[in-house]
Design a protein. Structure first.
Length: 233
């Protein structure tokens, strides 16, 4: 029996290298990367994937050149304005955003909140965008909220995994079954550190702007060959 992963998480890496190989500025790679995002969203909808999480902008990405950051913020704003919820073929997608997106510049937080609110009752693919996100920061934020709640209740609480999960950015989302990284890099780059403890990791040398439905299917077929034991024999 072939099992389709419930939740796929993707590190979309390689936009800059893709552009450089073709003699274009890095910004062009990011524009092309958006096309891959749309292809993968459509493919996940077609394949019956219930949850898709995309590493959109990390807390470490602020270290990049100012011009590149501006391009990424402009792209995010543009595609939230003409978001997938306004396209008929994607009308059932529910959008969540995790990370410290409230700290983004200009009116981006307002646009993000609008997309979250507009899709809250949708029952198709659950699309989560990790924006201004860092796995370590998520864990620290969870701990800080737990401590604050304990002080408010004026009592210590018994800390366990179930309780800790409730303090993560999106506790209602199941852990990723399949964790994909494009561009051939073998690291998880501070992405979903807690949630990916038992995710099956798939690395492809394909750069993100070249990644499409056939690449996604290849990753899923590889996943289907894995024997998931979760620490058992």
């Amino acid at each position: 029996m072939f099992v389709i992963p419930t939740h796929i998480a993707i590190i979309m890496d390689g936009n800059g290298r893709w552009a450089k190989r073709k003699g274009f500025p890095r910004s062009y790679g990011h524009h092309e990367g958006v096309k891959s995002v749309k292809r993968v969203i459509s493919a996940c909808s077609d394949l019956g994937i219930k949850y898709l999480t995309l590493y959109t902008f990390s807390t470490e990405n602020w270290k990049r050149p100012e011009k590149e950051i501006k391009t990424l913020m402009n792209l995010l704003g543009k595609h939230l304005n003409t978001s997938i919820i306004k396209l008929p073929e994607y009308k059932e997608i529910r959008v969540r955003v995790i990370g410290r997106w409230h700290e983004l510049p200009d009116d981006l937080p307002h646009k993000i909140q609008a997309v979250i609110d507009d899709t809250r009752d949708h029952c198709g693919l659950n699309l989560t965008l990790a924006v201004n996100y860092g796995g370590r920061r998520e864990i620290m934020d969870a701990v800080e909220r737990m401590v604050k709640d304990s002080k408010s209740a004026d009592k210590l609480v018994e800390i366990n995994e179930e309780l800790f999960n409730r303090y993560l950015y999106a506790p209602e989302i199941p852990d990723p079954d399949l964790f994909i990284r494009t561009s051939g890099e073998y690291r998880i780059s501070n992405f979903l550190l807690w949630q990916s403890a038992y995710s099956e990791i798939y690395v492809t040398k394909t750069l993100w702007p070249d990644f499409g439905k056939s690449d996604l299917i290849k990753a899923i077929k590889d996943y289907q060959k894995r024997g998931r034991k979760f620490g058992a024999v």
